[in-house]
Design a protein. Sequence first.
Length: 421
Amino acid sequence: MQLLYRLLLIKISFWLPVLAKVFPVLRTFADGRKNTIAYLTKHRQRNKPLIWMHVSSYGEWQQGQPVWKKLHQKYPNHQFALSFFSASGYELVAPTMDHQNDLVCYIPLDGLGRSRQFLQALQPKVALFVKYDIWPMMMQALKEQGIKSLLFSAVFRSQQPYFRNYGGLFRQALSKLSHIEVQDQASWELLTSIGMTQVSVSGDTRYDRVKEMSLNLKNVDFVDLLAQGRQVVVLGSAWKEDMHLWKMAMEDTSTDCLWVVAPHKIDANHLDELLAGVPQPVLKYSAWSAQGYPTPEENPVLVIDNFGLLGSLYQKSTVAYIGGGLKTGLHNTLEAAVYGVPLLIGPEYKKFREAQSLVDLGGAWVISTPAQAHQALKTLLNQPETRAKMGITNAGLVEKHLGATEKIVHRLETLCTLAAN
């Protein structure tokens, strides 16, 4: 299996530059990795020990942030490096980082030689991996060089290659990790069933993340200017199919509420497609804020056409719908649940443990059709007792699962010595 994997990597390495000339996504993937070693060689502060965290994309970065921040607080004399697999995550996060002490780069395409070269340039004291994205050759290189490694906030399912007959190479990669911190008992049982012993249950750092965000809110009082005392419905991380789901409810003029739509993508083409069927006038946040928030003549749908506000907007919602659950993959339900808000989601949620818990406890209702969405919204807007019960359930779930960050940092400190001063 390892031989086949290495042959596949050789083919990918050969064809990637060729295909990158044709496909923009692959061009970004290839170009982003061209100067990684030179960048690390130039900016690596050799007088400081380095802690390396790897994430696949933006969602995993959000999951890793509580640990990243805690380690910065505890070990200010260390340098830190954050690597991404995907361009979308890198391009969102890199401009926001403190580049005086933090390195931000792409992880190389897997391969033993490339991994050894990357680690030689980086020289990490320890390597942290968030949720998944464990590459066999990188794991081997870490093991060779005696670098401790920790995978945290991981979730495993029986359908994954690790638990299949053909998954020997991937099981070997897991076995080379110094320790694995999983989110739940089911994941622990799966790993121990294939002989993994370096496994603990610590929970999901996203609970810590959303709690921290709820205590450091951005100012979104502009919602009150439009709501004028009306109830507020937030459609978070919305896609085209989500907007179609809500069209019937938005056309119901008897539903007197403020609609706030936060699209998952905010480029012009996507926005035009997303908003094509909206029956009310549309007010884009960027233009409205630039004008100083003047009072509109009509009751518009407020469209949040920038990033960074959604997590705070949920606090203003009477009811929140979390997008992605119809087709693309459900987005973060915990960002809204932390405020004690009743949730509505699409049917594609069962891969998300926290969403499954919210549904099982009654804090989130599942809707699949425009008629169901319309009826669920009318029920919730007209039944404050139901909203309150769902909200208490959701906020309680978040509170119950806090604390994963401390457990993970403690585990890291047992794996290797980190000097605080």
